[in-house]
Design a protein around this ligand. Structure first.
Ligand SMILES: Cc1cc2nc3c(=O)[nH]c(=O)nc-3n(C[C@H](O)[C@H](O)[C@H](O)COP(=O)(O)OP(=O)(O)OC[C@H]3O[C@@H](n4cnc5c(N)ncnc54)[C@H](O)[C@@H]3O)c2cc1C
Length: 340
């Protein structure tokens, strides 16, 4: 069976890898030159519970998140993915100790509360530690582009072909299978995985299905701060940061849709002042890049992983937070493909 995977962000890459491992013939079509994957500017927190600073608003399928972290541990246990992820856990707190405790309690057994004494071991550099923090000890962090490139490399090594072409049209063939077309591309595949983020609705519509994948902006920034000692994710009402072997440190910041870049940068600078204050740094951290990415966030619980009703051999796949969920959704997508 030949499967075309449209998109090579973390979800497309993880699916391509999983399909190859199951012995299927895989072609990945990617428009990454003209539409850079949002994956490459993600913060990189493998975050199964959310943050005490901003608890998840909707229902989260806890089992899905637990499965994904488990599957990510499995796939990163052997080369070429070994060592891609750092499993040092994450620390977060809300604006009041009661809200932090409530978050930990609601999160279940993966999150415990930690008080000032023990917190000194987790975050030794904090100048004024809050009375209580939530510690998600099983969570991790990753350079998201490293993860997707590692999935793609393993898929390629297993025989997947990656075609750098945008898919502009897709249709079901009378003779069977599906035809995908784009500039320099004409491909027939038995099955299709639409893993092209906010590009999914346009292709699904050609197959007679209305699918919603709204895009919600957020920014990732890089910074350096030679005095800052940090080996895990920290998320607070004032900042969300982690160390990065490549960038020094990275942070994530909300973006108000339509706002000017200067407004986002101003908020990032306020975050960095809060980092300086919290860790008692003698100097303001030096800001590097600020990059806004548009996150594909399906309505409801943020996960779309299902065959199209109008074209059952086509599976639509989008999710938020997609880096965290990539491994389990790759398994689910492969099961849909094998069953269809
Ligand atoms: C600032 C920021 C911080 C984030 N932090 C986190 C985090 O800490 N943890 C987490 O889990 N998630 C995080 N996310 C969300 C995460 O980035 C996304 O959920 C995830 O990367 C989505 O992956 P994807 O493969 O669906 O999409 P993408 O990475 O956008 O990939 C889509 C692919 O489809 C291709 N494409 C589009 N249209 C077509 C077409 N017509 N033909 C062919 N190819 C096409 C694109 O070129 C691209 O390769 C963050 C996002 C942002 C912006």
């Amino acid at each position: 069976m030949r499967v075309a995977v449209v998109g090579s962000g973390v979800l497309g890459a993880a699916v391509a890898d999983e399909l190859v491992r199951r012995g299927l013939s895989v072609v990945v079509c990617t428009a990454e030159k003209s539409r850079p994957p949002v994956t490459d500017v993600a913060f990189g927190w493998l975050n199964s519970h959310g943050s005490a600073a901003e608890p998840p608003s909707g229902a989260r399928d806890r089992d899905e998140f637990a499965r994904s972290l488990g599957a990510l541990r499995d796939v990163t246990a052997t080369p070429p993915l070994r060592g891609v992820i750092t499993w040092n856990g994450a620390v977060s707190w809300a604006s009041t100790p009661a809200a932090t405790a409530r978050f930990a309690e609601r999160s279940g057994p993966g999150v415990t509360t930690v008080e000032a004494e023990a917190l000194r071991r987790l975050l030794p550099g904090l100048r004024v530690p809050p009375p209580v923090v939530a510690h998600a000890s099983e969570e991790g962090m990753v350079e998201p582009d490293d993860l997707r490139h590692a999935f793609l490399a393993r898929a390629r090594a297993g025989g997947a072909v990656v075609v750098p072409a945008r898919v502009d049209s897709v249709r079901v063939r009378r003779a069977g299978g599906h035809e995908l077309r784009g500039a320099g591309l004409a491909l027939v595949a038995d099955r299709i995985v639409l893993a092209c983020g906010t590009g999914i609705p346009a292709l699904a519509e050609q197959l007679g299905e209305r699918v919603e994948v709204p895009g919600v902006p957020a920014a990732r920034f890089t910074f350096s701060a030679p005095e800052l000692r940090l080996d895990r994710v920290v998320s607070t009402p004032a900042f969300e940061i982690r160390p990065s072997a490549r960038h020094g440190f990275v942070g994530a910041e909300d973006v108000v849709p339509g706002e000017a870049e200067a407004a986002t940068r101003a908020r990032v600078r306020t975050s960095l002042s809060a980092v300086r204050e919290a860790f008692g740094l003698s100097r303001e951290p030096a800001l590097g890049d600020v990059t806004t990415g548009v996150r594909p966030i399906p309505p409801g619980d943020g996960v779309l992983c299902a065959p199209l009703t109008s074209a059952p051999g086509v599976v639509a796949l989008a999710a938020h937070p997609g880096v965290t969920l990539a491994a389990s959704l790759a398994l689910r997508t492969a099961e849909h493909i094998e069953r269809s």
